[in-house]
Design a protein around this ligand. Structure first.
Ligand SMILES: Nc1ncnc2c1ncn2[C@@H]1O[C@H](COP(=O)(O)OP(=O)(O)OP(=O)(O)O)[C@@H](O)[C@H]1O
Ligand SMILES: [Mg+2]
Length: 236
């Protein structure tokens, strides 16, 4: 059984039918890159998994649990982490307070100081700035904080929506190292990216979607070598 199984997913914004019978699986411990051009439905797919689309039908199961009937907060509790497209840290709260928000959705009670210490090891930049307001951090640092906030509840799987967007290259590199480390520690990642080359270098497998449907599935390495398919479905 795959960790996440999406079968015949359909999703709508009001009367707009956005996702059309999409099926994909994410295996435990892998990085799956979900790519496709602007408006292809990547964010909508992730939102449907997290319970944030106005309407979705089909079957989405996570570790054998059917998700679609559950409210969003219960999905988080099952061990799903989410880093949304627009980084959504709370600018008026400190770094530490932003991390505390992440603890609310943890599966089991977690010792706060321990959890923050652990996060600080992975994010040295955050460690120095726990008392500082979120708004004083650079865009890249805020994105790292959003990732740290998703990690602090020790999810089994994290869904990341364009984490590298608008981030300076040195932080993107750091992020890549972190994602590999997470994967190697057994955490499963679903990575939506516009930075296709970067994502494919990190990922194990890739799924391309177009107009709300899967159009291609491949190992990340073979897609990386396939300029024609990349050009056809991923060019911005
Ligand atoms: N809130 C909304 N209301 C109505 N339509 C929407 C809404 N958000 C997105 N859409 C439409 O749904 C389709 C899929 O959008 P989605 O955001 O899932 O694409 P995406 O692949 O994430 O694109 P991008 O690369 O630009 O982030 C697009 O046609 C978009 O215009
Ligand atoms: Mg998107």
């Amino acid at each position: 059984m795959a960790m996440l199984e999406i079968e015949d997913l359909n999703a709508w914004y009001g009367a707009s039918h956005i996702i059309h019978g999409l099926s994909l699986t994410v295996e435990q411990g892998e990085i799956l890159a979900l790519v496709g051009r602007n408006g292809a439905g990547k964010t909508s797919t992730i939102k449907a998994v997290m319970g944030l689309m106005p309407r979705a039908t089909g079957r989405v199961s996570f570790c054998g649990r059917e998700l679609l009937a559950l409210p969003a907060h219960e999905r988080f509790r099952l061990g799903l982490g989410y880093v949304p497209e627009e980084r959504r840290i709370v600018p008026g709260l400190t770094v530490r307070e932003n991390l505390q928000i992440g603890l609310v959705s943890s599966r089991a009670p977690i010792d706060e100081d321990e959890a923050i210490d652990e996060i600080a090891q992975n994010f040295p930049r955050l460690k120095e700035r726990l008392g500082q307001q979120g708004s004083t951090m650079s865009g890249g640092e805020q994105q790292m904080l959003a990732i740290a906030r998703a990690m602090i509840s020790k999810p089994k799987m994290i869904l990341l929506d364009e984490p590298s967007e608008g981030i300076m290259p040195v932080l993107v590199e750091e992020m890549g190292v972190l994602f590999r480390k997470l994967r190697d520690s057994g955490i499963t990642l679903l990575l939506v990216e516009q930075n296709v080359e970067w994502a494919l270098k990190l990922a194990d497998r890739a799924v391309i979607i177009d107009q709300g449907e899967v159009v291609h599935r491949a190992s990340a390495a073979s897609l990386l070598a396939n300029a024609e398919i990349q050009e056809r479905y991923c060019a911005v």
